[in-house]
Design a protein around this ligand. Structure first.
Ligand SMILES: Nc1ncnc2c1ncn2[C@@H]1O[C@H](COP(=O)(O)OP(=O)(O)OP(=O)(O)O)[C@@H](O)[C@H]1O
Ligand SMILES: [Mg+2]
Length: 250
């Protein structure tokens, strides 16, 4: 761990009253356009949805429908061209870039199709690092990492580097890392898309258990999960479909 050095510490913005409420993500009228070969492609045309603490919501839709685009906007990684995005009641449009980054780091965790773990660090270090970036000191960060590794069933793999973990184990660590800073919203883009059927099922079951386990309590979080797997989608609390740029509850 001695090679870990973190130069950046983020100020933690104060919570507003709505942060204690149930709705962790609220989007309405979200528009996103891209220029493609001289044409304007309107991928999102007034998308709206809400995710509450303790629920796991599936985002489905054909390839190219704009699922990743929507998740990047919800996760404050990309700007929308119009509409309102509220994270825990805070209107992202009211924040400058530093404010958006601070809000994202404090309240949102991401999981992608590929784990994106840092290869030179152990599973535990990969979970410690984002906490240290958020200003947590090493001792408590390690304790939290171990607790999370135990929750995802990998207590015995803490010192393994990603290359020594299976695909399913890598995604479990990525989920633990996404939860390191106790986000209120977990955003996952095809988190099981790279796994075989059986492993995908296991990882999905874990994700669901973690979301439902926290429930609507202060420690709980809501999850928005893009997937092409309609069987998995059907097992989530709700399914929303991205169709022609808008979200339809199905
Ligand atoms: N930065 C960009 N510039 C131009 N076009 C883009 C950009 N990002 C996405 N697009 C286009 O927007 C559309 C939606 O892309 P997106 O990746 O959000 O779809 P998706 O639903 O996630 O697809 P998949 O299921 O294949 O992951 C696509 O037509 C894509 O080419
Ligand atoms: Mg995508």
């Amino acid at each position: 761990m001695s090679e870990l050095s973190v130069t950046e510490t983020m100020p933690v913005p104060p919570l507003d009253a709505n942060e204690t409420g149930d709705t962790v993500l609220e989007m309405s009228g979200v528009v996103r356009r891209f220029q493609q070969a001289g044409n304007v492609l309107e991928v999102l045309r007034g998308a709206a949805c809400a995710v509450r603490r303790g629920e796991i919501v599936a985002l489905v839709g054909p390839s190219g429908a704009g699922k990743s685009t929507l998740l990047h906007i919800a996760g404050l990684l990309e700007h929308a061209d119009g509409g309102v995005i509220r994270i825990g009641g805070r209107d992202a449009a009211q924040l400058d870039d530093a404010g958006r980054t601070a809000l994202r780091r404090q309240t949102i965790g991401f999981v992608y199709q590929f784990h994106h773990l840092l290869p030179e660090f152990s599973a535990e270090e990969n979970i410690v690092l984002p906490q240290m970036i958020a200003g947590v000191s090493k001792g408590p960060a390690r304790e939290r990492a171990r607790e999370l590794l135990a929750q995802v069933g990998l207590a015995a793999r803490a010192s393994h580097r990603p290359a020594r973990l299976s695909g399913g184990e890598q995604q479990r660590v990525a989920i633990a890392r996404a939860l390191a800073n106790r986000p209120s919203l977990l955003i996952a883009d095809e988190p099981t898309g790279n796994l075989d059927h059986h492993t995908a099922d296991d990882v999905f079951a874990l994700l669901t258990r973690l979301v439902r386990g926290g429930g609507a309590s202060r420690d709980g979080f809501g999850a928005l999960v893009a997937t092409h797997n309609l069987d998995l989608a059907a097992r989530m609390d709700r399914v929303i479909e991205l169709r022609d740029g808008v979200l339809v509850e199905s």
